[in-house]
Design a protein around this ligand. Structure first.
Ligand code: GLU
Length: 505
């Protein structure tokens, strides 16, 4: 078993946008596959046609493309275990349903929804299982001839898994250890429905994991209750020897309070729960995405990787390659992981700092264009270098540094009151004259000359710099003054000082 090739899969149902928890599941599978030189399969579990949502599959694929999570085979990637869309595997499942019927591990049931409803009313906590199945309309209680007659009449039926009661079932989980349950709590699960000629999730999932030679099933905790049934199915098919290893990942919890993270938490607290913006084709509702909100994919990956796993020390910034090297299923927690979205913003800030000024400039230039600014690339690169430490999102750069690109039209009233002194107009005129005389407008030279002038005149450094700032920026914020004037250049700097004197004198 330990020699087995690592093959893992991400198997979403295309029922809508991919939840951020699903992204984490896919990420952990990807890290595990890469670390072990294994293969990562993308399977679409679309056997529940009622819940099918058009566009969901494309959305999921685009999300992973953006995030840099790659698949080796599967829907849209090809591979020798296909087709990878379950709705295209009907005949395969039918064959395995027959296997279970023939071995007596499953049986046909004709109970109509109304009959089942009546039973539920008659018996409190009714469960279709060993204690009740013999009072139902199925192939265990009917004669062979009767069953055949109904089938040839075209009566709808389901195939149920015959679960023996009072048996200990053990799921070996790589994160949780042995999870043991008593089979009596399980009902005879429906494995197949004649109405749409499709298997249910459980059967399709097991058959495909087996046929696709999946070695490890790494999925969300919400699937843990299904795992004992899955173990029984492997046994019923005689596939115990190649049964995958299980790892059920911890839940993602609300940022505040208890319980599972939901889309409503995102709406309530203002953060995305989807990787990309999602337009619900049924309701028309638009939900925000990490991409459109300005997150860098690397930051999202790093943030998600640490929700339920840690490298065993306090290292936080990890690239995809670092994660592939360090990831360890045994270091995943059993307890749920609080979804600390503020931490997500922090990661984005850190990744902005890690990127070169050129890269950030490339991303900022379209935003500048939207605001009608067409600045030379070198200038944008310099400004980004000065200002990127102050933002969590690239789009925040506009508000933080627009004064580099557009002259102030107004001057912030409060700042004027506080910073523009009686002698400011005179001093600023002197400063403008002084700067005008400079041939070398470099940061260092400006600074040297201006500081000397301040000293010679006995001016107050703070007062001069405050008025200078107000003239160039329009308010009391921004980086080092000579950084600003050096970027603006002589002409623009003089223009701004003289206008401020004009307006504020
Ligand atoms: N189709 C299931 C889902 O939507 C797959 C669960 C599993 O990984 O077994 O997540």
């Amino acid at each position: 078993m330990s020699e087995r090739k690592v093959r893992v899969r991400f198997a979403p149902s295309p029922t809508g946008a991919l939840h951020i928890g699903g992204v984490r599941t896919a990420l952990y599978n990807y890290l595990f596959a890469r670390q072990h030189g294994g293969e990562f399969v993308f399977r679409i579990e679309d056997t529940d046609s009622n819940r099918f949502v058009p566009g969901a599959e494309e959305y999921i694929l685009e999300s992973f493309k953006w995030l840099g999570i790659h698949f080796d085979e599967g829907v849209s990637f090809g591979g020798k275990y296909g087709p990878y869309r379950q709705s295209e595997r009907r005949d395969i499942y039918k064959k395995y349903v027959r296997v279970l019927l023939e071995s007596g591990e499953a049986y046909i049931a004709f109970d109509t929804p109304d009959e089942l409803e009546a039973k539920r009313k008659e018996i409190a906590n009714f469960q279709y299982d060993a204690s009740t199945r013999l009072s139902m309309r199925n192939s265990l209680t009917m004669s062979e001839a009767e069953v055949q007659a109904l089938l040839s009449e075209g009566k709808q039926y389901v195939v149920r898994f015959k679960i023996e009661p009072d048996e200990k079932i053990c799921v070996h989980d790589l994160i949780r250890g042995d999870v043991v349950i008593n089979s009596s709590i399980l009902d005879d699960k429906v494995l197949y429905k004649s109405a749409d000629e499709l298997p249910t999730y459980h059967l399709a999932n097991i058959v495909d994991d087996h046929l696709m030679e999946i070695s490890h099933v790494i999925r969300g905790e919400e699937w843990l209750p299904s795992a004992p049934l899955h173990v029984l199915l492997y046994r019923a098919f005689g596939w115990e020897d190649t049964m995958p290893e299980f790892a059920h990942l911890p839940l993602l919890l609300k940022p505040d309070g208890n319980g599972k993270l939901s889309k409503r938490d995102g709406d309530r607290l203002g953060f995305p729960v989807f990787p990309l913006e999602w337009h619900d084709p049924k309701t028309g509702e638009v939900s925000s995405g990490y991409r459109e909100s300005g997150y860098l994919p690397e930051a999202v990956i790093n943030f998600l990787a640490l929700l339920g796993w840690n490298p065993g020390n306090d290292q936080e910034i990890m690239s995809m390659d670092d994660l592939i090297r360090l990831f360890d299923l045994h270091r995943c927690s059993k307890a749920g992981a609080k979804f600390d979205y503020e931490k997500g913003k922090w990661f984005n800030h850190e990744y902005i700092l890690l990127k070169s000024n050129e890269e950030i400039a490339e991303m900022f230039i379209p935003i500048l264009k939207e605001h009608g600014v067409d600045a030379p690339k070198e200038t944008v690169v310099t400004v980004v270098g000065l200002m990127k430490g102050r933002v969590s999102f690239i789009k925040e750069l506009w508000d933080t540094c627009k004064f580099f690109f557009v002259a102030p039209v107004e001057y912030d009233e409060k700042t004027v009151k506080k910073r523009w002194k009686e002698d400011s107009a005179v001093c600023m005129t002197e400063l403008a004259d002084l700067l005008e005389s400079l041939d070398d407008f470099s940061l260092a030279h400006q600074e040297e000359v201006v500081m000397k002038w301040i000293e010679d005149k006995g001016y107050h450094v703070g007062n001069i710099m405050n008025a200078f700032r107000l003239a160039l920026v329009g308010e009391g914020k921004g980086p080092h003054m000579f950084d600003i004037s050096a970027v603006l250049g002589k002409e623009e700097t003089l223009k701004r000082i003289r206008r401020a004197v004009e307006v504020l004198k």
